[in-house]
Structure formats: C-alpha cells, structure tokens
Design a protein around this ligand. Structure first.
Ligand code: GAL
Length: 726
C-alpha cells in the first residue's frame, strides 16, 4: 500500500503531509462543458494534466465567458479519519471565477454564479472554496475523483493560486462562536452544524492590568440550527474573553471583545460653542454656515456684527446670503436657552481662501458603499441634526460613488440614477439647515465602482453640480488610469493635468466648491496639490476598519507630511472608520477595538485631517458619539493655525506626535502601538520630546487637568493631551 501511495503521489502530483492533510497540485483538464464529466467513472485518461497553481491562460488555454473542467484524482488515507466525525474538508483554494464541485459523482458545493443561473453571473474569484464532504462519499485508502466545473468571465481563469488540500475538518468548520452587540449589550452566540456539547468559559478582565475580574464556566449543548446565546457583562475599560471547548473534538474556539468605554464628559445644558473660530467664503458665493452650539434645546440664536447681505435664521441658527466685499468680519455668535446664554467670538473671512479649517462632515462610502441612496443620505443628514452632531461643526454631507445614471442625457448632461430621485431638493434641504452637499466623480470615463465618470464633460459637470448646489467634489483618479499611460509621461504635470482642468471649471462656478483630490498620494501629491488649488488630497489608498490599516495609513504614511498642510489645503488620510461601517447594505460595528478608535480620532485630530464620518449616523451609539463629539479633541483638529502634527518620537513601539496651537498650547498624543499595556512616566515622556517647564497638562478625552505621575496606556491606545509650557 505504501509503495502504491508513493507511486501515485509522484505520478499525479499529490502528497500526504504528516498524515494530517493531502495536497494535490495537478488535475486533468478539458475545455467545454458536459454533465457526464461530473461522474466518477468517466474516463479522462486522455485529458491533459494542468497545474492548479497557475491559471489556465498561463498553461495555453484562453476561455473567456465559458467553461472548463478539472478532474482531480486523489487517494485519501484513512489516517484522515477523525474520531467524532469522519467528514473530510476539501479546500480547493480560490477559483477564477465560479465553480461547481462533485465528489465521486455527488455534487458537494458551488461558489459564485454563472450567466445561466437565475440571478445572473457573479464572480467570486478570490474566496477559498472549502467544502465539507460527508464520510459516506469518501473511499478511504482508494482513489477518489473530484470534478470541478469552472465558469470564467474575464481572463484569466481556473485554479490559480495553490494546491488543493484535503484535511480533517476542525471544530471551526462546524461550530462558530461570535460576540455580537445588540441594543448596547454584548452577547456571545454559539452556532453549530452538528450536535455539539462542550464547556463554555467566560472571563472578564481589566484591559490595563490584565487582571481577572470575574470568571464563569458551564457545560452547554448546541443543537444544529439552534443558536445558544448568552449576555456578557463589562464595565469601564474591561474586556471579556469567551471560549468554547467541544468534548468530541477537544478543540477550543475563542472570541473576545472590549467594552466601548466612554471618556468624553456630557455637554453642559447651557449653550456651548463647539464650532470653528473662522469660516472662509469667497466674495459673492453663498454663505452656508450653521452655528454649532450644544446644550438644551430649544435654542434661540443671534449674531452681532453681521455684514450686509448675510441673514440669520434665529430658530435654526443658520447663516445664509453672501458678502460682496472682501474682508475679515468679526462676529459674536450668541445662543440662548432655558439654562442661559453663551457668546462666542468668530471671524467670517471673505476672501480667496475657503476651507480655513479641515472639513467636518460625513461621506457615504465607508458605510453604504455602492448601495447609497438619497433616502440614506437624508436619514444620516437628519440624524446629524437630531442626534446633535451638527452642534459640533459637522456640516458636509458627501455622496460618494453610485449616484450616477447609466447614461448621460442626450445633451450630454450627467444625470442621477433612480436611487436619487431629486438631488437638487436634497441640496436645498441641506442648505436650508446650514449643511452642505458633496458629490463624487472621476476624471476618467468610469468611476471606481464602474459608474459614469466626467472625462470630456468637465465643464458640463461643473455647471450641473453648481445647479444642484454641490459644495464639495471628491475627484477620484481610478478610471483615469485607463487614459493615463505612465510609461509615456509620468511627470508631475501629467498627474496634475486632469485635476487642473477640473479646478479651472469649478472656480468659474458662482459658489464655493471644496475640491478634494483622491488619487491615493501618487507622485507625492502633497507637494503639488496646492498648485492645482485643491483643498485636500488623499495621501494613501483606502482605509478599512483594522489595526493594520489604521497603523499603515494613520501612522506610517503620515510621517513627514506636516509641512504640506495648512489653512485652505489639507492632507487627507481618508475617512473615519468608527461606528457602523460595511461598504454595503450589511453594516457592522467597526472592527477596531475601543482603544484603537480613540487612537484613530486622536490621530486625525492631530493630523488636521478631514473629519468625514464614515458610519450610518442614524445608528450612531453613545460610544461613537463620544468619539466624534468631544469639543476639546475637535478644537485641535479645527485649530486656526492649521499646523499638522509631526512625529517627535518613535521608540520601542511608542510614538509621540505633537502640534502647536494658536493659543500657545501644544497638543500631544502618546500612542502605544504595542500589544501590551504601556506604563508612562508623564514628565519623562514630555521631557523626551523637549517639553520641560510644563505648567499644565490637560487630558483632552477626559477634559480634565492631570498631575505629573505614572499613567498606563492600553494596547493600541493613546494618552491625548494639551500641554502648556512656561
Ligand atoms: C475609491 C476611493 C474610495 C471610494 C471608491 C468609490 O477609489 O478611494 O474612497 O470613493 O473609490 O468607488
């Protein structure tokens, strides 16, 4: 038998590894489609043999929009049998684009859909195919036939990445353990495809000290199709770790989550001004500005010193109109409610510059992705006001990709698709509430999501957006890569050209349109973005809600960019990934831990970054509100000097970033990038970055002055301070 195994292994390209898995890197292949090829007994001996580690194009086949079949022959040793279940796991790896698979003639699974399916063609080229095979289908210690019918849309096609594996399934192939947030509470949910019994353990720990606060364990039975759910309790900065050890497998599943602890003190009931201290508008352009006061509602507003042409809605606190004359207009913004009155000094700067502080608002992409609609934008806009985020200066409501119709109107005008029945009405509603409307397009013929782009319609689109009342354009390179040939010309001028062209038309519109470049930092855009009169430029690729992404985009790629930001033009490290995100209709809580989320917002505040909320505002919870609406944290982001923070120290996984503020203070973030809690001697840490003679240290999240001493920073967490020196 041994000899036979070895022979076949060499002959057909499969091998048995440490008896825990069999790997196969070849299969017989045939172009075309024939149901008989699914049968085990079919004679494929005259089919050529193809590697599973290279696509079929690389092996001499080209099948676009068509089928090809692989037939994999493999001996499965009985050493793969597992006591509790004799099922085996077939892991075919990713297949380009869709597959349907038979094991010894029985169909065991399908991934992706082909044009003949009722739902139409949908590629799923990059997810690994993992099919569980019932024991009765397996011929132990004998040859088995796996037949895989592959449909390929665009080239290349077929197996392409790695060998197929046949393994013992592990517990997680049958049982899942998840921690979910429901109505502000966490619950653990066990789900199983087979009857399962085992031990549940729940351990609650302090995040900073790792000390166990509570421990509980019990036996539980999980029946197929019936979830077992139980609540887990945490308070403050605690973490809960749940494990489930299955009796038969002897394996353990684990999940853990940290409590979303709140640091921002509640706002006082008396009015408090939380907005920027300046607002820039060009002469003659509409003034759209909402007074950002928190406090008990209803509130009445007044403004002293309003220039001619600007009026105030005293119930909504919305400024509108326009100013013909350039100049600095000092105003006093006043809000009054049942608890008292507050006055705030403010300057309306009528001149050539807009975006004197980084834009604050919302963008649809990180939550809704391509499923954005007018209704969803409206719902987040209403929540921005009703939940009080507008009282903190958030004002832009930016529609990202997927608002465009399939074709332009006969006169070439860009039109919205059916998800946006009346975009002008949306703009009017936003403006009447002192909010602004943003839109997205590409200098290419197509956007990143495959929608219509602006190429060759620049003037027309700028005019149309003006008519709709657009106040912000995110102009995304993406589809322009089809027009652009870096081999021919990769000069800065070539990268700037499409952006230059659009800006010329935007500036001819009778309104201020914030110009946001999105080209991921190519050709060091920060060195020339101001020359195309951009108000911000993305410095990186897309962010996602993981620590790896936050670390790469927020820390690594921002080092050294501070000289390029300032009032009117900002480095944009992409949108926020706190709250419910998902890039689709399926929203989930951000996968960043609470400490990582504090780090995210602190860093964006230090970096003078665009503060564009990326979650569904209608579903915002108290923790996310606490992150987004801390007036002292936001005041650093909106500081009128506009000095972006620089990294002062990078030592043993600790980074310190700081920036000067207009009132003489210094904002300092001490970030712990390690996996373990970091003890910090505050005086020592500040001295290390040259801050001696300290007269005051304020913890910005807790909004209280703190003494020198020993502090502990959670893994991936931050101590965010405002320091005053002599
Ligand atoms: C990407 C861009 C994202 C989003 C997306 C829309 O290129 O970086 O932020 O706008 O396109 O398709």
């Amino acid at each position: 038998m041994k000899k036979f195994l070895l022979m076949v292994a060499l002959g057909l390209g499969w091998s048995v590894l440490a008896s825990a898995q069999v790997s196969v890197n070849e299969g017989r292949f045939q172009k075309g489609d024939n149901p008989a090829w699914s049968q085990a007994a079919f004679n494929d001996s005259d089919w050529p043999v193809l590697s599973l580690e290279k696509d079929w194009n690389k092996q001499g086949y080209k099948i676009s929009n068509g089928f090809g079949w692989y037939r994999i022959h493999v001996v499965i040793p009985s050493s793969l049998k597992r006591g509790s279940t004799d099922k085996v796991l077939l892991d075919l790896g990713p297949i380009d684009d869709c597959d349907e698979t038979w094991f010894n003639g029985t169909r065991i699974g399908k991934t992706g859909t082909t044009p003949e399916d009722p739902e139409g063609y949908a590629s799923d080229w990059d997810s690994p195919r993992r099919y569980v095979v019932e024991p009765k289908l397996v011929k132990w210690d004998k040859e088995n036939v796996i037949a895989v019918r592959v449909y390929n849309g665009g080239d290349p096609g077929g197996f392409f990445e790695r060998p197929a594996f046949i393994t013992k399934p592990s517990l997680e192939d049958f049982v899942s353990l998840k921690l979910e947030r429901k109505d502000g509470q966490y619950q653990a949910v066990l789900h199983s495809k087979v009857p399962s019994r085992g031990l549940v353990k729940v351990v609650t720990k302090e995040v900073l000290s790792d000390q166990v606060v509570r421990e509980n364990q019990w036996k539980t039975t999980v029946s197929p199709r019936t979830d077992v759910a139980f609540c887990v309790n945490m308070q403050g900065q605690q973490r809960v770790e749940v494990t489930f050890t299955d009796d038969k497998f002897g394996e353990t599943l684990a999940a853990s989550v940290a409590a979303p602890y709140i640091l921002t003190p509640p706002a006082p009931a008396t009015p408090r001004y939380n907005g920027p201290l300046v607002f820039g508008v060009r002469p003659g352009s509409p003034v759209i500005f909402r007074l950002a006061f928190s406090g008990e509602k209803p509130m009445k507003y007044a403004v002293e010193g309003l220039p001619k042409g600007v009026t105030l809605d005293p119930d909504k606190g919305v400024l509108s109109g326009s100013v013909a004359e350039k100049g600095d207009y000092p105003l006093v913004l006043i809000a009054r409610n049942a608890k008292g009155e507050t006055r705030a000094e403010f300057t309306l700067k009528v001149g050539d510059k807009i975006a004197l502080t980084p834009p604050m608002g919302w963008n649809s992409w990180n939550c809704w992705g391509l499923s954005v609609s007018q209704e969803k934008v409206m719902s987040s806009a209403a929540a921005l006001i009703n939940r009080g985020l507008a009282d903190y200066g958030y004002s832009y409501m930016n529609i990202d990709d997927a608002w465009e119709a399939e074709e332009r109107a006969p006169d070439g005008r860009i039109v919205t698709n059916e998800k946006f029945p009346d975009i002008k009405a949306l703009g009017d509603w936003l403006h009447s509430n002192g909010l602004k409307m943003g839109i997205y397009s590409s200098p290419g013929d197509r956007t990143c999501g495959g929608y219509l782009g602006t190429l060759d319609h620049e003037w027309q689109d700028a005019e149309t957006w003006n008519e709709w009342g657009v106040d912000y354009l995110k102009y995304d390179w993406c589809g322009y890569s089809r027009v652009f040939n870096p081999d021919r010309d990769h000069s800065v001028a070539a990268y700037a050209r499409p952006y230059m062209k659009m800006q010329q038309y935007l500036r001819q519109q009778p309104r201020d349109i914030f110009y946001s470049l999105c080209q991921y930092g190519m050709a060091d855009v920060w060195t020339w973005g101001h020359a195309v009169d951009a108000n911000s430029w993305r410095t990186t690729g897309d962010i996602t809600d993981t620590w790896a992404s936050l670390y790469d985009i927020g820390f690594k790629r921002q080092v050294g960019l501070h000289p390029y930001a300032g009032p009117g033009h900002w480095n944009d490290p992409d949108m926020l990934v706190v709250g419910k995100v998902g890039w689709s209709d399926n929203l989930r809580d951000s996968r960043l831990t609470p400490d990582e989320q504090y780090t995210h917002i602190s860093l964006w505040s230090l970096l003078a970054a665009n503060m564009l909320i990326g979650c569904d505002i209608a579903q915002i919870d108290d923790f996310t509100f606490n992150l987004l609406c801390n007036n002292e944290v936001n005041a650093v982001n909106q500081d009128i000097l506009g000095h972006q923070a620089h990294m002062d120290l990078d030592e043993d996984g600790v980074q310190t970033w700081s920036r000067d503020l207009y009132d003489g203070g210094i904002a300092v973030g001490i970030f712990n990038l390690n996996e373990a809690t970091l003890p910090v001697d505050l005086a020592g840490a500040l001295a290390k970055i040259g801050l001696e003679d300290v007269v005051k240290v304020r913890d910005l999240w807790r909004q209280k002055d703190i003494p020198m001493g020993l502090y502990h920073i959670a893994p991936h967490g931050v101590l965010y301070l405002k320091v005053t020196v002599k």
